[in-house]
Structure formats: C-alpha cells, structure tokens
Ligand binder design. Structure first.
Ligand SMILES: [Zn+2]
Ligand SMILES: [Zn+2]
Length: 383
C-alpha cells in the first residue's frame, strides 16, 4: 500500500491525485487548508479550498484561479476522493480528507480544539468548529504540542481582557491589544464586551473583518484608527492592531495607552517580557496539548504524521500510546499566528527549546504524563 501523502521539496504531495496540500513552492494544483500566509502562498496555478475560505483567500492573495468546495462535499480527482472538513482555526479553515483504494488519510492543516473534553463553549466562534474525521492516517499539526500548553476557558480569558480594558477606560487611557490581523483580531473583536467603550482597528485588519462580515460572522463595525478626528475617543477605546504596529509612530495618536499581546505564546514565561508589553493574554487559534490528544484520538487513526511544532515530543508521546508515528519537515509556522517574529526565533533557538522541554517535563510529570528523560535537561527541570 503506497502512502496517500508524501513529503516533497515543494510541499505535502498526493501522488495518486497529483496535487499538493499547502505547498510552500509554486505548483500546478494546490489544495489549501486555510488562508494564513504560510499555508496559502502565491504563485500556484490552480487553488482548491473550502467554500467559506473564498473571501479571506481573495483578500490575501488577490486574483487567483480558485475553485471552492462546501464542507463535506466530495470531488473525485484521478480516483482520489477529496473533501474538506472544518478545522475550527480561522474562517474557512479545513482538514483535507483523502480516500483512495480503501485508505483514508486526513491532513489537518492548523486546527483549534481546546481541553480534554468536548465543550461547545470552547469552540472558536468565528468559524465552523473542528469536526473529527475517522481515518487510517492523520497528518496533525503540533504548534502547541507540549504539555505546558493548556488554554483556560474562553469566558475567563475574555473577562480578563474586559477587566483590563475597563480599568484603562476608567483611567482615561487607550487599550492597545496586539494580535494577528487574520484570525486573532476577529476572535478578540467577537469576544470582548462591546459596551465598555468604542472599538477601533488598525487598517490592516479591516479588509479581513469585511470578509468575515460578508461570511455572516458577527464582527462589530469598527472605525479605522487613522480615520478618527476626535482623539478624545481613544481614551476609552479598545484598539486592535497587528504586531507590525507595535512601537510604530502609528501608536502616537493614542497618547497614554496600555498595551497587551494576545497569543498562545503568552503562556510562556518570558514571552510577555520579550514582546515588552504591559499584559499578555493567552489566546490561541491552535489546539492546546489536551486538545491535540483528543483530536488525534477521535480520528481513530493508527498512524499519525506530525508536522510543524514540537514534532519530537509529539512523536514520542504518540509512540508511547502504541501508535505508528513519524514527522514531516514542513515550512509552515513562520507567519501569522504561529511564531511571532523575534519570539519565534527565540523559541527555535536551542536554549529556549531546552527550557521549553524542561517546563513541559515538570508539567507533564504533574499531569502523570511520562516524558522520556533524554528530552529533559536535568538542571533546568525544576526551574
Ligand atoms: Zn494557521
Ligand atoms: Zn500552520
């Protein structure tokens, strides 16, 4: 039995169907899981994506030859039956299910599932929630595939953001919250209490908001900060901006302000300091560690291939569970919500990686998960 998906220099390739999934080099036929820049690159001849991704894909990539398919609908391509299933990550994000000669493979792209038990209250409200798909082989992401990553309930997180915003507004200070323009910004806009004060956005976010609204997602109407004449309005405002705006001259218009960064990376000790912001809010569009485990188990797959993230830790854990596990080296994770700039570089650095594994090992031990000792730099384990 040949593999339905293999790794090539252009990206993940389906030999039977002669197409690529999220290729990082230009190809003839690209099946796209979602519109984040590292998964949907320019230069491919033909694009195929889930129907709800159309607006955001066109917003980001402009004129492309795009064919779309509603979730769950099947196309037959050279005998490979292909369908998209919601991944819960961003608007239009999809897992790709492939069926050929009795074999079913699912490539997850990026996905969001939080906690060890299903809870509709923890779904990402800006898109269709993750849907488990039974398969023989599951190609999973592992962006936050370490036991330290456990997201708190969304209601609690947004209460923290609201409290920070309310306190700033009462002091007459703007609240600048930094989050990625596609996905994170809309989570913030949808999750906060709109009664606290005005909400304004950076110009890079508004085109994506429009695509979300056009898809029927309840994103509030938000003026763009540069269009506001009456600057006194900023004193009670929540300002949502992408990381590129942080520390730029664009922020001067707000006068005195408090800033915060919203990202899964904020769970790391030191991440907030590295971003040099007043507050860090742990808000992610990726599965946390229990979510990854639950999502993988729900596929019933006996074989799992791990992509971008902590492949080694995840492969080891899966092998310990009696699964056949390996990794694909990909070029994902250098954009958008995954690795925020300098922090990403720091995470990639071996020193930081060692620290992460050490943190994860003590967490894993507390949770009763056995992480093999060779992954743990012993001197740092108690830090
Ligand atoms: Zn993504
Ligand atoms: Zn990704």
């Amino acid at each position: 039995m040949t593999d339905l998906v293999v790794q090539r220099k252009e990206g993940l390739y389906c030999p039977a169907g002669d197409f690529y999934i999220d290729p990082w080099r230009p190809v003839d036929r690209a099946v796209i899981t979602h519109a984040h820049g590292d998964h949907s690159r320019r230069g491919n001849t033909h694009y195929l994506a889930a129907a709800p991704a159309e607006g955001v894909l066109r917003t980001r990539l402009g004129e492309i030859d795009l064919q779309t398919l509603p979730y769950g609908e099947v196309v037959d391509h050279f005998g490979v039956r292909l369908s998209f299933h919601p991944a819960g990550h961003v608007l239009g994000s999809a897992q790709v299910r492939l069926e050929h000669e009795g074999q079913v493979w699912v490539a997850s792209g990026d996905y969001y599932v939080a906690g060890s038990n299903a809870d509709a209250g923890e779904d990402n409200p800006t898109c269709a929630p993750f849907e488990p798909v039974r398969c023989h082989c599951f190609i999973t992401e592992s962006t936050f595939g370490l036991p330290i990553y456990r997201w708190q309930p969304q209601a609690r997180l947004f209460a923290e953001i609201d409290d920070w915003w309310r306190a700033n507004a009462e002091d007459g200070r703007a609240s600048l919250i930094i989050g990625y323009a596609f996905g994170k910004a809309q989570r913030i806009l949808m999750g906060v209490d709109r009664s606290i004060g005005p909400i304004v956005v950076h110009g890079a976010i508004e085109p994506l908001n429009r695509a979300y609204r056009a898809a029927g997602i309840d994103i509030p109407e938000t003026p763009i900060a540069t269009e506001i004449q009456d600057k006194s309005l900023f004193r009670r405002a929540l300002v949502v901006a992408p990381p590129s705006a942080q520390g730029s001259t664009w922020t001067r218009r707000f006068g005195d302000y408090s800033d915060a960064f919203a990202s899964g990376w904020m769970q790391l000790r030191g991440a907030r300091r590295r971003r040099s912001v007043d507050r860090g809010f742990v808000l992610s569009d990726h599965a946390d560690w229990p979510g990854l485990q639950r999502a993988i188990a729900a596929t019933g797959a006996e074989r799992v291939i791990v992509t971008h993230g902590y492949e080694a830790v995840m492969v080891r854990w899966l092998t310990d569970q009696g699964l056949e596990a390996s990794a694909f080296a990909t070029e994902y994770g250098d954009d958008d919500d995954e690795l925020p700039g300098a922090l990403g570089a720091a995470v990639a650095a071996s020193e930081r990686a060692a620290e992460l594994v050490a943190e994860s090992v003590s967490d894993a031990e507390a949770a009763g998960i056995v992480v093999p000792p060779e992954d743990a730099p012993v001197d740092d384990a108690g830090a």
